[in-house]
Write a protein that binds this ligand. Structure first.
Ligand code: T5A
Length: 227
């Protein structure tokens, strides 16, 4: 993240990340949460990984083209890390430091699940990449949308229509099952930051669960003083 600094204190925006397998409904829920925050007077920016900044969007085309599969999991991790570095420096930190909330579709938990658990990249490599790209920038809240593999893959297929499946969509059912388990473990290992939400129900009901979670975790309660 170069010279970019994480500011602390009440003026800083909240950083919320959305995670889950393919077709879990992350983009859908980010749009719905952004509207609710807007209505509540909370300035917010929606972004995504890989991508979200000019440099990282170029990297997005590269990684989703499948080149990482040819290079191997360690090199693929470096590509995601390079994209994240650009994104954090140019989009996420400036927005948070200006007091805006940031809603991000995937972040470092995706690297831990896809490249770590599934790609078998060693934890010390992941930790080193994390130190370089995000330093001590951690999400204030991570919402993990949980759906059975068949439902997620079916939704992803409907969304892409006649386009070819990308690098990870074309992996087999066993891969996607492993992914679901990896996310469940991430949620269990860090219960203060991560909340697992059942995303099999219709979008409005998932959005209600997301909103309750956001309010409970991130809205400062109004303290009523003595009369
Ligand atoms: N990756 C990424 C890594 O390997 N390492 C990393 O470090 C990072 C950052 C990114 C790929 O890169 C990998 C992970 C990914 O494979 P992507 O194109 O950004 O690829 O794709 P995804 O993040 O997987 O997102 P998707 O677009 O596949 O899924 P979403 O955003 O979870 O789902 P969404 O909202 O687009 O919904 C999909 C469809 O389902 C419907 C929607 O209308 C849409 O048609 N839908 C629902 N239908 C019924 N009920 C609901 N509750 C629904 N919610 C949504």
């Amino acid at each position: 993240m170069g010279d970019a600094q994480v500011q602390r204190g009440p003026g800083r925006g909240k950083f919320v990340t959305f995670e889950g397998g393919e077709g879990a409904g992350k983009s859908t829920q980010i749009k719905m949460l952004a509207k609710r925050l807007e209505a509540a007077g909370v300035r917010n920016v929606s972004t995504r990984e890989p991508g979200g900044s000019a440099g990282a969007e170029i990297m997005r085309h590269l990684v989703l083209s499948g080149i990482g599969k040819l290079l191997g999991a360690d090199a693929e991790t470096l590509l995601f890390a390079a994209a994240r570095d650009d994104h954090v420096r140019n989009v996420i930190l400036p927005a948070l430091n200006q007091g805006s909330w940031v809603l991000c579709d995937r972040f470092f938990d995706s690297t831990r699940a896809y490249q770590g658990s599934l790609g078998k990249v060693a934890p010390d490599v992941l930790n080193a990449m994390q130190r370089v790209t995000i330093g001590d920038l951690k999400p204030d809240l991570t919402i993990i949308l949980d759906v059975p593999v068949e439902i997620g893959m079916q939704r992803a297929a409907v969304r892409r229509g006649s386009d070819a499946p990308d690098r990870f969509e074309s992996e087999d059912v066993k891969f996607h099952q492993g992914l679901r388990e990896a996310y469940r473990k991430i949620a269990a290992d860090d219960p203060k930051r991560c909340v697992l939400i059942d995303a099999t129900v219709e979008p409005d009901r998932v959005a209600d669960a997301v909103w309750d979670t956001v309010r409970m975790h991130l809205f400062t309660p109004v303290t009523v003083g003595p009369p």
